[in-house]
Design a protein around this ligand. Sequence first.
Ligand code: UDP
Ligand code: GLC
Length: 384
Amino acid sequence: MSPERVLFVDHTGQIGGAELILLDVVEGRSRSSAFLFEDGPLGPALAERKLNIIVSNWGRNLSNFRRDSSWFAAVPLVARLVAIVAEIARAARSHDIVYANSQKAFVLAAIASVFARRPLIWHLHDIISPDHFGAMQRRMQVLLANRRAAKVIVPSQAAATAFIEAGGRSDLIEIVPNGLALPPEARTPAELRRSLELPTRPLVGVFSRLARWKGQHVLLEALATMPDVGCIIVGDALFGEQAYAAELKQMVLARGLADRVHFLGHRNDVPKLMMAVDAMVHPSIDPEPFGRTLVEAMLAGVPVIATNAGAAPDILEGGKAGTLIPPNDPAALARAIADVLAKPATLKDQLAYASARAQAQYGVAQMLDKIDHVIRGTRTGAAA
Ligand code: UDP
Ligand code: GLC
C-alpha cells in the first residue's frame, strides 16, 4: 500500500480516457481520496479501488460551462466555484498532496491549495491551445500552474509543447506516456464478428466518445464514397455533445449509410470489438493529446489510420506503426482505408512492429512507476 495520502480531484463523474488513467493510478492507494465535482460512474469505480469518495454539493453540471464563456456569463457561477474551492481546501487538509486530473479540477484545486497549504500535482490530459480552450482559460491555467504546481504530468511531447508555448514553465513538465494493458486472448476477426453479430463485409471502426473534435463526421464523409465498406461507431457523447451525436445519426440517414454504419453506443469491450475490424480509424480534427485508442489498436493487432496531429505521429512513429493522414480530409481518409483493406504484404510487418512498439513504450507498469516517482518526490520535496 502506498503511504501517501493523496486527494485526487476530477471535475467529471463520467469515465473518459483521463479517468481510465486515473483508475489505474489509484490502485493500491487506499489511504487516498477522490474529490469529484459530480456523481456518475467514476465514483463507484474509484470506490471499488478502495478510495474514500467525496462528492461536491455544488459541482453538478459544471462541465456544461462552455469554454468560450465570458467573465460576464460566468458571474452566476462564481458562488458555486467559491463553495467548491472551500470543499477541496477542507478535504485537502487531511491529505499530503492534491492531484488534479483535469483542467477544471486543476484551476479550483490550485486556488484551494493556497488555503490548504498542500503541494499540488496537475495531470494535464489536454493540449492547451486555442483549439481546445478559450484565451481566458489558457491564461488562468498557465498562471496557476506556474505559481502553484509542483509538477505538471503530460502524456506526450505534443501536450508538453503546447503547455510551454502557452507560457507554462518547462521545468514543471514530466512527460509520462499513457500505459495500456494487453487485450484478452486473440480470436479471429471472423469468430468475433459472428459472436458480436457484426457484418462480414470489410469493416472499419472508430472507438472514441462522440465529440466534434474527435472527427467521426469525417469518417462518415469518407464512407459515403466507399459503398462496399461497413463501419462500427463505438462510443457515446460523454461530455455534453449530444447535439453532435444527433447530427452524426442524421448524417448517416441523409447519406444513405444506415445499412452499413452501426452505432454501438458506449461499450466496455472495446479491445474485443477492435480485434473484429479490419482497421481502426482515429479521425480527430484537432491535435490529440495522446489517444489511448491508438495504442489499444496497436496492442490488438489492428491496422491504425490516424490524423497526423498531436501525439499520433509520435505514437505511430511517423507512419512506421500505422497510417497517418491529414486532419479533416475525407478523400485522404478514404484512400487510406482502401489501401489498408487491400491488405498489402507490408501490413503484416507494420502490425508486428506496432504491437512490439506499444508493449515496449506504453505499458501500464512503466506509467505507474513514473507517476509514483512524481508523487513521492512531491511529498518529500515540496512544502506549499
Ligand atoms: N472507450 C470505451 N468505450 C467506448 C468508447 C471508448 O471504453 O464505447 C474507451 C477507449 O477504449 C479508450 C478511452 O475510452 O480507452 C478513450 O480514451 P482516448 O484517450 O482515446 O480519448 P478521450 O476520450 O480520453 O479523449
Ligand atoms: C484526454 C485526451 C486523450 C488522452 C486521455 C488520457 O481525454 O483527450 O487524448 O489519451 O486524456 O490521457
